[in-house]
Design a protein around this ligand. Structure first.
Ligand SMILES: NC(=O)c1ccc[n+]([C@@H]2O[C@H](COP(=O)([O-])OP(=O)(O)OC[C@H]3O[C@@H](n4cnc5c(N)ncnc54)[C@H](OP(=O)(O)O)[C@@H]3O)[C@@H](O)[C@H]2O)c1
Length: 250
């Protein structure tokens, strides 16, 4: 039997990068998938490529009323929820960063994720098997200049994931915080407000992670025996490591 053949997954942010690769991974393993994102044409292309096993829905995670209506309207309860939709915006320091950018990161990475999770958990909790995979980031653990609000949102995602585990004790729902490092997707282009050439330079000369690497880790977590919960997994490419502390000298 294929690894996920009896499962229905909901993957947010499925129009690109890690979300799209995760949909592919789950479909390859036999799952049915509900794929969401804002870009209808990307969702259509995904469905054309993967066929009947994929259902799509346009969903803006910052629209909390739409998130609730979408979750409440699902005829069948997904037993895998991959909270992947998210973004970083801007690289300026905290004294110069755009408050609009900060608000959008908070509304997408935090507010959208918690509203969708809260809407679905009452239906997932009684299931015999269920998984919540939250896509956090190494930015939630390690500060860096310009990481400010983005890192804060991802620290929230990690801690929220661990707190879900506390609340769901006694149920069959597993929860994992997946925390990638440098992964080549549209992430940097979005962060740099569409500046493709600066975004490409971030990956220049690196043997970075790919979206497929992260999807593979997600697939492996899901394929573990049901009594095994991976609380957190932090993934970096070998070409990435930690900086020393910065010290300003006058
Ligand atoms: N790439 C990295 O280095 C890296 C590292 C650590 C963590 N992450 C995290 O991984 C997740 C996926 O990012 P990625 O690297 O795959 O970047 P990506 O290629 O830019 O994909 C981001 C996805 O999020 C969706 N999204 C953004 N805002 C949304 C909104 N308001 N409503 C609904 N969907 C929205 C996008 O879809 P639409 O634009 O169609 O809505 C897209 O499908 C994010 O949570 C990101 O923070 C990435």
């Amino acid at each position: 039997m294929a690894a996920y053949s009896d499962r229905l997954a909901l993957v947010t942010g499925a129009t690109s990068g890690i979300g799209e690769a995760t949909v592919q991974k789950l479909v390859d393993g036999g799952a049915r998938v509900i794929a969401t994102g804002r870009r209808q044409e990307r969702l259509n292309a995904l469905k054309d490529r993967l066929g009947e096993v994929v259902e799509t829905a346009v969903l803006d995670m910052t629209d909390t009323a739409a998130v609730k209506a979408f979750a409440d309207g699902l005829g069948e309860t997904p037993d895998i929820l991959v909270n992947n939709a998210g973004l970083a915006l801007g690289v300026q320091g905290a004294d110069e960063a755009s408050l609009d950018d900060w608000d959008r990161m908070i509304d997408t990475n935090i507010r959208g994720l918690v509203h969708l999770t809260r809407a679905l958990l009452p239906r997932m909790k009684p299931l015999d098997r269920a998984d919540v995979i939250n896509i956090s980031s190494v930015a939630g653990s390690y500060p860096y200049p310009g990481g400010n609000a983005y890192g804060g949102t991802k620290a929230f995602v990690t801690q929220f994931s661990l707190n879900l585990r506390a609340d769901l004790l006694g149920s069959k729902v597993r929860v994992t915080s997946v925390e990638p490092g440098l992964t080549e997707t549209e992430f940097s282009e979005v962060r740099l407000h569409g500046d493709k050439s600066s975004a490409a330079k971030i990956y220049d000369g690196t043997d970075n992670l790919t979206a497929q690497d992260i999807a593979r880790v997600i697939g492996d977590i899901l394929a573990l025996p049901p009594h095994v919960n991976i609380n957190r997994v932090e993934i970096m490419p070998v070409c990435q490591a930690f900086s020393p502390f910065a010290i300003h000298r006058s």
